[in-house]
Design a protein around this ligand. Sequence first.
Ligand code: ADP
Ligand code: MG
Length: 286
Amino acid sequence: SVPLAFLGGIGAASRQGVLIKGSNYLEALSQTETFVFDKTGTLTEGVFTVKEICPRGMSEQKLLELAAYGEVHSNHPIAQSLREAYGKTIDTARVSHTREYSGFGVESIVDGQVVFAGNAKYMNKQGFYYQPVSDIGTAVHIAVDGEYAGYILISDIIRPGVKKMVRWLDRHQIESVMLTGDNDRVAEDVARKIGIHSVFANLMPEDKVEQLEDFMESRIEEEKLAFVGDGINDAPVLARADIGIAMGGLGADAALEAADIILMEDEPIKIVNAIRISKGTIRAVK
Ligand code: ADP
Ligand code: MG
């Protein structure tokens, strides 16, 4: 049977917007020595703004339109942000055959033309020459009917409270690690602003699982490892960690299912409250 203190702890956490799916996770939380965070949508808002549009042989507006149309069927934060930046109603009848390559980008037929939109790795994979980007940011390169068409540089903002959370974890000898599929420069910029020293960038979704498994193999007995993600391209990592913590607000169903703990309001700082509650509960039980 579950001691009443555990139920009290789970109740206290839920009143703070942290849903803990069982007393075992409350206990594990009190023993967690490493928090591994996904970047986009977790440490950052996942709401990108356009910094620069660099078209090749077309107008900026046309390039943005192709990107928004090509991405219309994707639920990736980048896709949503491009649609938002485009601002006009998208006629989905003009788009078909969309395929999403997680960690790379999308391929769609727009107005009968083949449109690729994604990162530099994706352009390499498809055999397109692409223009190098000098500014810090996440570049979405676009190719249309076999021709490179330019890029859109976008950037995201850090969620409130994240820096404070990392400082709190540091003070309590709990390690923070960041994993991302984004490029090194963006990754390092975000990590520096937040105060995370351990950063792994350019990871494909399967690399994230592998990285997490490496951490889990090298740990000392009893120590627990938590992964915090938004469920976009990282549901397998959420499932694999001792504790999978998901952002609840975005409502990616697979993530909420795979997660052991859900942050209802997408506020990473609430992790601090949950750890405090877990440690208090364990003290009361023992
Ligand atoms: P993160 O690890 O930052 O959460 P993801 O693993 O979801 O990011 O994606 C990694 C990278 O793959 C993104 O930074 C982006 O360059 C590219 N990417 C993934 N999905 C898309 C998409 N729908 N459109 C454009 N680029 C994408
Ligand atoms: Mg992600």
